[in-house]
Ligand binder design. Structure first.
Ligand SMILES: [Zn+2]
Length: 362
């Protein structure tokens, strides 16, 4: 961390009150594999119409709109939004007298000043637009992604049970339960035993304009065959621990089954805009999910983890990836095949969504 490398400046369309403006953006490298898109504070200022004042002595940047005030500090994650002090995952940056704002901060400013929401939409492939609108945040449509499929079996248990079959069973039951119990429309990335490239899964989610993306997997620990136990949930972030890296490598290995063209689709997606807006939401979703699923199963809660999964890259909505129990453990391999256990898991997921929905729509 600490190295700031500016790589390119681009204009992005910003839609506000039915007009489209151009806003300068910059990709800034925070570390080797972590790039974020920043927006020009000046351009945002002229669109929204707030005042901006900089205090050279304290480095404080004051934004004013009517009677409302926000204070920001370059390279400092703490911001004062009205009376509240907020810690945002990515701080603003000042570079040659220009102030750059990351997406989570743009969201906060828009929310506080004009009480609207910020969304990223893909107008055409590779062409994104920032949309400021009044729509309240709602969970109405969810993409349920059954991990693996077709020629990609996923992890294989000691008695040859394949992860792809378990994930499909859980995904279908979850979709039915979400529709019945919460009235949420569900879209499955696959409904049968077919191979679906990772990039296409993200595209299905974005094109359907869904509100959440939940990817279902089962864990495996090839070294400790009979011992692995419990559920862990991941959200997208650079991998932190050796264990997270190992899980990440195993799940990203689905790429090996893809053709050159299918792979290139994923590789062109930089982990930038898509997920930075949703860090807080994805973290919260993962937390609710891991508690609810492990409670439903009455088994070990391995907590929320972070890793860099290709399937979550480029999805413009909060996401999480479930690693439900261990297929490498013969006891769980057997249980995971039963409809009773798959039903329990789907109920845990529904409960996790219900809790997240309450928080998100607050
Ligand atoms: Zn998997």
């Amino acid at each position: 961390m600490g190295i700031i490398l500016i790589i390119l400046t681009l204009a992005m369309g910003l839609e506000y009150n039915n007009k489209v403006y151009q806003v300068e953006t910059k990709m800034i490298n925070k570390s080797r594999d972590l790039k974020f898109t920043y927006f020009s504070a000046k351009d945002l200022q002229s669109v929204i119409g707030f005042e901006m004042e900089e205090k050279p002595l304290t480095q404080r940047i004051i934004l004013k709109y009517k009677t409302k005030e926000i204070s920001l500090y370059p390279d400092n994650p703490w911001s004062e939004i009205g009376e509240e002090v907020v810690n945002l995952p990515i701080p603003p940056v000042r570079e040659k007298n220009k102030v750059w704002l990351p997406l989570p901060l743009v969201s906060e400013i828009v929310d506080y000043f004009v009480e609207m929401q910020v969304k990223i939409e893909e107008v055409r492939p590779q062409n994104k637009r920032l949309i400021i609108s009044e729509t309240k945040r709602r969970i109405k449509k969810i993409v349920i992604d059954a991990g693996h499929g077709g020629k990609d079996p996923g992890a294989v248990g000691p008695n040859r049970v394949q992860e792809k079959d378990i994930t499909l069973g859980i995904a279908k039951l979850t979709a039915i339960a979400l529709e019945e119990r919460l009235g949420i429309e569900c879209i499955l990335t696959r409904q049968t035993d077919i191979f679906v490239p990772l990039g296409r899964r993200a595209r299905i989610a974005n094109q359907s304009k869904s509100d959440l993306f939940i990817s279902i997997h089962c864990n495996a620990d090839p070294k400790r065959q009979r011992q692995g136990e419990g559920t862990e949930i991941y959200f997208l972030s650079p991998a932190k621990t050796n264990w997270s890296r190992a899980v990440e490598a195993r799940e990203n290995a689905s790429l090996e089954y893809e053709t050159k063209e299918e792979r290139s689709e994923v590789e062109t997606i930089l982990w930038d805009l898509a997920q930075t807006e949703f860090l807080i939401e994805s973290n919260t979703l993962s937390g609710e999910m891991v508690n609810c699923v492990s409670n439903a199963l009455g088994s070990y809660n391995r907590g929320v983890k972070q890793a860099n999964f290709y399937v979550l890259r480029g999805v413009y909505m909060p996401t999480c990836l479930l690693e439900v129990e261990f297929i490498s453990n013969a006891k769980w391999e057997k249980k995971l095949q039963t409809q009773d256990i798959q039903l329990l898991i789907s109920e845990g997921i529904v409960e996790g969504v219900r809790k997240f929905k309450t928080w998100y729509e607050r």
